[in-house]
Write a protein that binds this ligand. Structure first.
Ligand code: NAD
Length: 359
């Protein structure tokens, strides 16, 4: 009952704007930032996260403490737990679900294929089943990924481009998620917005991502592995700063319309939408490294190797005109500015005094 009380208080809507959001993956990188932004403007926010140990669980706990200090309660549980979801919807009539829980990362899938199916396919279906039978039905905004473009080499990537060549199991489960959510929109009238994020980075980020692990290794004097594509071409990513992604998520939620509960073919049908959320300016990995070196005042020990073909794609670049038009999405942070903010957070979080590690 303490649990129930915490949820009620967490979902309390300060400015009574009528919006209450269930954020899945709330202790994750993007989930933390989105939860804070929604709460800040007065939405009711309840989080759920299974705190898995894909990466350092203490970082997830620290994010939870941050959310806690803003009166955002994160329930520890799995999105595959039907009873838990039913109980949550029993306590709060969520108007929206911001679904960010997933097994992320492309390389981990080589050893752990089933964790992708568990969270990104089965978990998604469990969550949508709950949304479908909830009254009122919440509008669903969820994170797909730029990885669905896979080995498509026509850039920049537009939403209508082919997505039939996934390069990793991760990408395949995101593509499956798009098909699954489309079905729930079509049959059950759920409002669905899928967001294809492009390489998100920033404070409280994910330790498994290159910009984060490079920072750690450069500071510790350890070598970093820099992948190179075919014909010695540098890999490049459309790095997108977390604050820009958050704005895109919030705008998606605000324009998501209503679930109709009556199937997609009817008049005034619930929307099914897909948007790229990127930065539209790809940067090569060697450039990323040199920006980090400058910020850390230390040279990296670079170990350049050919891309091993274990899930990475050589290049990503978002066409964001659709999101610009429909969401007013407009990224404003370039990579040098965003990395400066990330490094500042990293040094303070891990207790570094530039160049002189204290732990
Ligand atoms: P993250 O790993 O930091 O966050 C995901 C959170 O979900 C984690 O805290 C994890 O514990 C939780 N989770 C995983 N499986 C769960 C389950 N079955 N039940 C409950 N909780 C579960 O990752 P992130 O970078 O914040 O990514 C958020 C979303 O955005 C994910 O769907 C990811 O696939 C997608 N995405 C991220 C990026 C990026 O660059 N960060 C790019 C494209 C797409």
């Amino acid at each position: 009952l303490l649990w129930e009380k915490q949820i009620r208080s967490s979902a309390q809507i300060r400015r009574s704007n009528g919006i209450s959001v269930l954020v899945t993956g709330a202790a994750g990188f993007v989930g933390t930032h989105v939860s804070l932004a929604l709460k800040k403007r007065g939405d009711g926010v309840v989080g759920v996260d299974n705190f898995n140990n894909y990466y350092d669980p203490s970082l997830k706990k620290a994010r939870r403490d941050l959310l806690d200090s803003h009166n955002i309660f994160v329930v520890e549980g799995d999105i595959n737990d039907r009873e838990l979801l039913a109980k949550l919807f029993d306590v709060v009539a969520f108007t929206h679900v911001m679904h960010l829980a997933a097994q992320a990362g492309v390389r981990y899938a080589m050893e752990n294929p089933h964790s992708y199916v568990h969270s990104n396919v089965a978990g998604l279906v469990t969550l949508l089943e709950q949304c479908k039978s909830a009254d009122p039905q919440p509008a669903v905004v969820w994170a797909s990924s730029s990885s669905v473009y896979g080995l498509n080499d026509k850039t920049p990537f537009s939403e209508s481009d082919r997505t039939d060549q996934p390069a990793s199991l991760y990408a395949a489960t995101k593509k499956a998620g798009e098909a699954i959510t489309h079905t729930y929109n079509h049959i059950y009238g759920l409002s669905i917005t899928g967001l294809r994020f492009f390489t998100v980075y920033g404070p409280w980020g994910r330790p498994d991502m290159a910009y984060f692990s490079f920072t750690r290794n450069i500071l510790q004097g350890k070598p970093i592995t820099v992948y190179r594509g075919k014909n010695r071409v540098d890999l490049a990513r459309d790095f997108t700063y977390i604050d820009d992604i958050v704005k895109g998520c919030v705008a998606s939620l605000d324009t998501s319309g209503k679930s109709t509960g009556s199937g997609g073919k009817k008049r005034g049908a619930a929307p099914y939408r897909i948007f790229n959320l990127g930065n539209t300016s790809p940067v090569t990995v060697p450039t990323l490294v040199s920006i980090l070196e400058k910020n850390l005042k230390k040279a990296a020990k670079k170990h350049v190797v050919d891309m091993p073909g274990n899930g990475d794609v050589p290049f990503t670049h978002a066409n964001i005109s659709l999101a610009r038009r429909k969401l007013g999405y407009k990224p404003t942070t370039d990579l040098p500015t965003g990395l400066r903010k990330f490094v500042k957070w990293y040094l303070s979080y891990y207790g570094y005094d530039l160049g002189r590690p204290v732990n």
